[in-house]
Design a protein around this ligand. Structure first.
Ligand code: SAM
Length: 254
């Protein structure tokens, strides 16, 4: 078991994959409603804090329907006036990728070859060469994956020296009043939205248990550092909404 999760590690990947197959078509709308639109703000901020320069190649791991890819390319277009940067979206789940590919199909980014999709597991990126990307991002993906240490070591391998590791995931809210609000959100509001949008509470409950399995932000920052990345000065992570979401960054040494 992992951090109190109820799924044995050996079957976690398969169980999570089955759930994402079932919810893929309603994933985006469910997330928007569950976070009351905050999802877009967190993702924009996550990309902004990367402060990417023009022309960088990003791999977006567990990229799902391409929400980070879209934010990244939009940032490059508008802030850097750049049309040469690109994103490679990798995800285990073919249904999430199908929805993502469909969303991008008619965009200029797809026409210019600035976005690509591939199925694969973050634990073993067999099709990606060493030192090949400038940025590795993983948003709301790490908590799904049984062996986080393998994910970190693969991220380190595929990043170029000086490349940036960026992870956004659910944190631990510790401010008392926000802790209460968070508890109500997780136990009452979000399950009600899930029942309305995806038609069942059980997948949602399984997903929530998985988010709870994510380590405390302090411990995950240590894991990033143990994997060899240099953490930014300070705690090594940035809380959003008092820790409901946490953005982590680390640099592969030159
Ligand atoms: C909560 S969604 C996040 C999607 C997207 N990154 C976002 O922020 O909206 C989690 C994603 O992780 C993917 N995933 C789960 N296990 C994975 C693995 N071992 N390797 C790659 N992707 C995985 C799921 O298929 C799903 O698309």
């Amino acid at each position: 078991m992992l951090y109190g999760d109820t799924i044995p590690i050996d079957s976690k990947e398969e169980v999570m994959d089955r759930i994402y197959c079932k919810i893929a078509d309603r994933y985006d709308i469910n997330l928007e409603m569950m976070t009351i639109g905050m999802n877009q703000y967190w993702k924009r901020k996550f990309v902004r804090l990367m402060s990417p320069s023009a022309g960088l190649k990003m791999v977006d791991m567990a990229g799902g329907t391409g929400q980070i890819a879209r934010n990244y390319l939009a940032y490059q277009d508008t802030v850097n006036n750049d049309t040469s940067s690109s994103v490679h979206v990798v995800d285990l789940n073919e249904q999430m990728l199908r929805v993502g590919k469909h969303r991008f199909a008619s965009t200029q980014w797809a026409k210019d070859g600035r976005i690509s999709f591939a199925q694969g597991s973050a634990e073993n990126l067999v099709d990606i060469a060493d030192n090949s990307f400038d940025i590795y991002s993983i948003s709301a993906g790490m908590h799904n994956i049984p062996h986080m240490e393998l994910v970190l070591s693969e991220a380190y391998r595929v990043l170029k020296p000086g490349g940036l590791f960026a992870c956004l995931d659910y944190g631990r809210v510790e401010t008392p009043i926000f802790k209460q609000i968070n508890r109500w959100h997780v136990k009452v509001f979000a399950p009600a939205v899930a029942r309305l949008v995806i038609g069942t509470r059980s997948h949602h409950e399984r997903l929530v248990r998985s988010t709870m399995s994510f380590p405390h932000q302090r411990d995950f920052a240590k894991a990033i550092s143990h994997a060899g990345f240099i953490l930014p000065p300070g705690k090594g992570y940035e809380l959003m909404q008092c820790g409901y979401m946490v953005a982590f960054y680390g640099t592969k040494p030159e």
